[in-house]
Design a protein. Structure first.
Length: 252
């Protein structure tokens, strides 16, 4: 890429003019955020549809969809496109980029009672090698040759709810919707949302005073209550590194 001097750039103004125009844009951005909250509220009111029992190949062999919830009530799945027989550098660039955002972020979902998994469109032996190459620690399963549109295919984010042994599809998106692969965005896609009191959710939905930026113990269990950011325990994202030594400002 050539230097920035080779491209056009925004006009130059003084700081007062910049702040004035920035504040106009800020109002627009805030409206966009509030509209997103309203859309998420409507999403939590969607009906759901039952998914027929199906098993996917995973590290432990054929695994019923119900078991992929790992004991939790909700499951978010990234359905990864996969080109069978192709080298790693020939795999889907979009899916590779999007999923990279979740390489260490899934503990936030777990702390809200949401499991995260990847369903990839290739034989398990191939997708497992790719998972290891990328260094991912979340579980991968093969949905290769599964015809059920609620489970098979790639290039989608899918949300499920488990009630006993029954599994229901609550939401899915595709195309540019799969770019929203960050923890709070994913929680907004789930049927119970972020589970915070400020959200507009139906009566009986789980909600509590804790903020989405939870702290957990080293097993990933949420600790602390209330609205304060100052709570005991590790920040949630650090529970994947329980043996790490803390670095203080005096060590640097």
């Amino acid at each position: 890429m050539t230097g920035s001097a080779d491209f056009s750039a925004p006009p130059i103004v003084d700081r007062d003019r910049w702040l004035s125009e920035r504040n106009v844009l800020l109002a627009w951005e805030k409206a966009h955020t509030r509209q997103g909250d309203a859309i998420a509220a409507a999403r939590r009111r969607l009906p759901m549809t039952e998914v027929a029992p199906v098993s996917l190949e995973g590290a432990g062999g054929p695994t019923p969809l119900c078991d992929i919830f790992d004991g939790r009530d909700q499951l978010v799945v990234y359905r990864h496109m996969f080109y069978v027989g192709e080298d790693f550098d020939r795999q889907c660039e979009g899916c590779t980029h999007n999923l990279w955002n979740m390489r260490d972020s899934w503990p936030y979902l777990n702390a809200r009672g949401v499991s995260f998994a990847v369903f990839a469109q290739g034989p398990y032996e191939e997708v497992a090698r790719y998972r290891d190459f990328m260094g991912y620690t979340h579980p991968w399963y093969s949905n290769y040759q599964i015809d059920d549109p609620a489970v098979g295919g790639g290039g989608l984010i899918t949300c499920y709810l488990r009630q006993g042994d029954r599994v229901f599809l609550t939401y899915e998106n595709t195309s540019r919707g799969v770019e929203k692969l960050a923890t709070l965005d994913l929680l907004d896609l789930t049927v119970y949302g972020r589970q915070e009191v400020w959200e507009d959710s139906p009566e009986g939905w789980p909600q509590g005073p804790t903020h989405s930026y939870l702290r957990t113990d080293e097993q990933g269990n949420a600790v602390g209550v209330g609205a304060s950011f100052e709570r005991p325990g590790r920040p949630t994202a650090q529970w994947t590194r329980p043996g790490a030594t803390a670095i203080t400002t005096t060590d640097q």
